[in-house]
Every structure is written in C-alpha cells, then in structure tokens.
Design a protein around this ligand. Structure first.
Ligand SMILES: C[S@@+](CC[C@H](N)C(=O)[O-])C[C@H]1O[C@@H](n2cnc3c(N)ncnc32)[C@H](O)[C@@H]1O
Length: 235
C-alpha cells in the first residue's frame, strides 16, 4: 500500500508503530479510553479546548471528528447553547460509549453522535460552520483524504481546528502543562508520546499543502498542538 503524506514522512520507528496502530479504537480499548476520559486531566483539557473552539465558532453547526466518548461536545454544549453539535467516530464501540455518556448527561436529544470516518464524512457539502478534532489525527490512515473531506463539509469562510499531541512538544510547553495539569500526569503524557505515531510540529504544519486548504497556522493550546485551517470564500 502506498503511504500518504505525511505518514510517509514519519520517522522509521513511528512508521513501524503506525503499521500496528488501529485507526478506530476497538473494544476493549474503547472501555479503557472511556474510563480515562473521565479523569480530571482529560476533563480539564476538554474545557480548555472547548473555550478555544468557541473563540472561532460560537454559533451554528460544529462537527467533532473522532469524538470518542463525546465529552468535548458536552463541554461545548455547556459553553454555548447556540451551537448545534455533531460527532462522528470510526469505532462503533466508541460511538456506543459516546451515546451512553450523552444519555447520562441528559443530552441525547441535543447532540448527535454516529459512526463515520474522517475520510468519508457522512454529511452534505458546506454543512458545518466549524469542524474540530482532538487526539484523533495520528490514528487516520489517510490524513490528506480526511482534510479534503473536512474542506468539502465546511462552509466557505469557516474554520477547521485539528488538535493532537506533537511528537516534539517543547520542554517549555510540558513545564507549563505540568503547572496546569500536574507534573506526574504530564510526564506520563510525554512517555506516551514515544509509543504512538504522533506527527512532529513540522509534519503538522506541512499537512495542508496537499489539500485545498493549502496552508494553515499552528500553535500550542495547553499541551496539544493545534492546526487552524480556513476554507476560503469563493470569489
Ligand atoms: C484518542 S481518541 C480521542 C477521542 C476524543 N476526541 C478525545 O479527545 O477524547 C481517538 C478517536 O478517534 C477515532 N478515530 C480514529 N480514526 C478515525 C477516523 N478515520 N475517522 C473517525 N474517527 C476516527 C478513534 O476511534 C477514537 O475514538
């Protein structure tokens, strides 16, 4: 199989990991991740991300790709009732967990979560006012196809925000993260960064070049790296 950029540009070690790394998190990984997502470090991080996202979009339709347990959507709902929230995940087991979490929060009627993949988004062209994704990019087998799909479903003039761990997160960001989230937790995150096919900052930034977005801007938000993409208005 031909490797897609930037997968082809990962270091040999991370390319090797990528070979065995599942795209959709299957059961029982979904059970483990769902439990992890309830911990304070994750919940605190969802709050930070939701605040960041509403800086770009505080009304209209938002899609969360690889929504997993769905907590980001819950936080967005709590922050801005003007948002209409949608989530997709390639793992049906994760979708089950997300739907259960929504039901526990009595938000089943307010937020839609269904099975769907980043490279085949089950929504119409120009449907969303914002597309977001957190911690899912490094799972995607074909990130370029995914960004093409994000471009298709996004309304012209609107933003997509893709957050993930960068394999070369600077020490200063980790130190600052340690102050906000606790040093031990950030140390565990740093160790975790060696075991997954995360992209470097440079690989992150080069992603949009092979897509209709063409370019994007990057920055750390908390301990995650964020790629901001804008769909141009048609002239
Ligand atoms: C590490 S979890 C992150 C979940 C959630 N976004 C969060 O921040 O807690 C990655 C999620 O992305 C999903 N995923 C992986 N590849 C995907 C794809 N191509 N399309 C949609 N979801 C995908 C996985 O099933 C998993 O639920």
């Amino acid at each position: 199989m031909q490797l897609q950029p930037p997968v082809a540009r990962l270091s040999p070690f991370r390319r090797f990991i990528k070979r065995f790394h599942p795209e959709a998190i299957p059961w029982p990984g979904s059970v483990f991740y769902n439990k992890l997502s309830r911990t304070s470090i994750f919940q605190q991080n969802y709050k930070v991300l939701a605040r960041d996202i509403t800086g770009y979009c505080d009304a209209g339709r938002v899609l969360d790709i690889g929504t997993g347990p769905g907590w980001l959507l819950v936080r967005l709902y709590q922050l801005s009732p003007l948002l209409q929230l949608y989530g997709i995940d390639a793992s049906s087991s994760m979708v089950e967990k997300g739907l259960k979490n929504l039901s526990e929060q009595e938000l089943s009627g307010e937020i839609e979560i269904k099975t769907g993949s980043a490279d085949q988004i089950p929504y119409d062209d120009n449907f969303f006012d914002c597309v977001v994704s957190t911690g899912s990019l490094h799972h995607w087998k074909d990130p370029v196809a995914a960004l093409n799909e994000i471009y298709r479903v996004l309304r012209p003039g609107q933003y997509a925000l893709v957050y993930d761990i960068a394999s070369d997160t600077p020490k200063s960001v980790l130190r600052e993260g340690g102050r906000s989230f606790g040093r031990l937790r950030v140390l565990l995150l740093w160790i975790h960064a060696f075991m997954e096919p995360f992209y470097s900052q440079e690989q992150f930034s080069s992603l949009p070049a092979s897509t209709p977005f063409l370019h994007g801007s990057t920055e750390f938000v908390g301990v995650l790296y964020r790629l901001v993409l804008k769909k141009q208005l048609v002239a």
